[in-house]
Ligand binder design. Structure first.
Ligand code: URP
Ligand code: ZN
Ligand code: ZN
Length: 473
């Protein structure tokens, strides 16, 4: 096993920043040392980080590689998607396995494991989407938690596909309370939305803009409120995924103020992309169709404030790319047939770093939102999301000054457009290390498929750090 030292950089963690050298032995961090204090030795590789930030590898807890949706599959495979993630400074993803309808959750896990194992460039875990809640699946939850799948996503949207009614949601939440699992909620009132969608189509309004119009922010707020109430009845921790609306944020903030175990993530598209993009010419607007929909700048501003106050704890991507050709095109004339989702796994660290550039958040908060808090909430800390001795040597050397332009011509995601085409960002990933192996060197890919391992996650700990100082695997 090789040893390396990342030298001369500013180490930034969620708790502070300091000049330090990071010594790596094999797959683990051995020590953080005073700059220049590591003695020369023949077997020691050196990475020059002078003038750069050295941060724990990013953790994106919301991706969908090779996900079936609306008669097609999201365009990134576990290989292309995790390679793109590595380019963007993310060293762990948690993707979503899906329980097939009329099938078992275990079957879903096996299907997704077969897709991912041996193909990932970075470490990966799974949440489980429960699409058909019944007695058998409630029993299965215990075994899945034992096997490191410690979070379950439910949908209040998409009736007939993923939707669970309030009774089923409550049952899953009760089982989660028993097992220490986290319930993740897609909080939109899908029953009401489907009425608005049908009315819009009947009125001859099938253009992409109507996707947003038929999913108003109050229906996200209402569903978020209901999810919080149900989680309170069951006594389980709740995590609202892809929160986009100020009404939903207000519900989460009120719950957190009341001391409830309620958490939420948002995604870059809800901080940077304006709803007017869905009104683009021809089918252009389809590029931006995701659920919940992208919203107005007033919502963006509220979400940035939420990131500052910790009412929003995590930034994930909800990476779910569909090409314009043959995929988004399926919804020409009928927005309800546009596959829902946006590409973004490669750009999360850079886009959220713009919050540092614009002084909306500190560098430490950037690390917390993109790495440390995801690790804590999803049973990976401190093995991941930290630079503590003994942690996995997942590191990013980040150039805070170098600019680059986001574009389909430059990105590594297997999708034929960029949602951020032409946007210049300040800050660039230079080197990425995963468990001691260099994946990205000066922007060039040096990794390999199959390096990424399945991570067995611990149950939700109520944010207590495990006494052993090591997360579960
Ligand atoms: O539009 C989205 N968000 N697509 C991915 C599926 C989901 O609901 O997370
Ligand atoms: Zn969702
Ligand atoms: Zn998603």
């Amino acid at each position: 096993m090789s040893r390396l030292v990342v030298q001369g950089g500013t180490v930034v963690t969620a708790s502070g920043s300091a000049s330090a050298d990071v010594l790596v032995d094999g797959e683990r961090i051995e020590a953080l040392l005073a700059p220049g204090s590591v003695a020369e030795s023949g077997d020691l590789a050196r990475i020059d980080a002078r003038g750069k930030l050295v941060v724990p590898g990013g953790i994106d807890v919301h991706t969908h590689m090779e996900m079936p949706f609306g008669g097609t599959f999201s365009a990134d495979t576990f290989f292309t998607g995790t390679r793109a993630a590595a380019h963007g400074g993310t060293t762990t993803i948690i993707d979503f396995a899906i329980q097939p309808r009329a099938g078992s959750a275990r079957q879903g896990l096996e299907t997704w494991m077969a897709r991912a194992e041996g193909h990932c460039v970075i470490d990966f875990g799974f949440h489980m989407i429960l699409s058909d809640v019944n007695e058998a699946v409630l029993k299965e939850m215990h075994g899945l938690v034992d096997d490191g799948v410690t979070s379950f996503k439910l949908f209040m949207a998409y009736p007939g596909v993923f939707y669970s009614d309030d009774g089923k949601i409550l049952q899953v939440m009760q089982a989660a309370a028993d097992t220490g699992a986290m319930v993740m909620m897609h909080a939109e009132n899908g029953i009401a939305i489907d009425v608005l969608v049908a009315q819009s189509l009947a009125a001859g309004r099938g253009e992409p803009m109507m996707h947003g119009e038929t999913r108003p922010s109050v229906l996200e707020g209402e569903a978020t409120h209901r999810a919080i109430v149900l989680a309170g009845v069951a006594g389980c921790p709740l995590y609202i995924v892809h929160l986009s609306a100020m009404e939903a944020l207000a519900e989460v903030a009120a719950a957190r103020d009341a001391g409830k175990q309620v958490f939420a993530e948002t995604c870059p598209q809800y901080l940077f992309l304006d709803e007017s993009l869905m009104a683009g010419p021809d089918l252009e607007g389809a590029k931006y169709v995701c659920s919940p929909p992208i919203r107005t700048r007033a919502h963006h501003d509220a979400l940035w404030r939420g990131l500052g106050t910790d009412d929003l704890s995590v930034v994930s991507t909800d990476h779910c790319p569909f090409c314009m050709k043959d995929q988004k095109e399926l919804g020409r004339g009928d927005f309800s047939k546009i596959p829902n989702g946006l590409p973004g796994v490669e750009h999360r660290m850079d886009l959220i770093y713009q919050g540092v550039v614009q002084r909306k958040i500190t560098p430490e908060r950037w690390v917390e939102l993109t790495s440390t808090a995801p690790a804590r909430l999803f049973g990976l800390y401190p093995k991941k999301g930290s630079l503590l001795p003994g942690a996995d040597a997942d590191l990013v050397v980040y150039d805070p000054d170098r600019t680059h332009t986001l574009s389909v011509a430059a990105h590594h995601m297997a999708v034929d457009y960029s949602a951020y085409e032409g946007r210049e960002v300040t800050g660039t990933v230079e080197t990425v290390i995963s468990r001691g192996e260099v994946l990205i060197e000066h922007g060039a890919f040096k990794g390999r498929d199959g390096h990424g391992r399945f991570v067995r996650r611990s149950p939700f700990s109520g944010l207590a750090v495990p006494v052993s100082g090591r997360g579960g695997r």
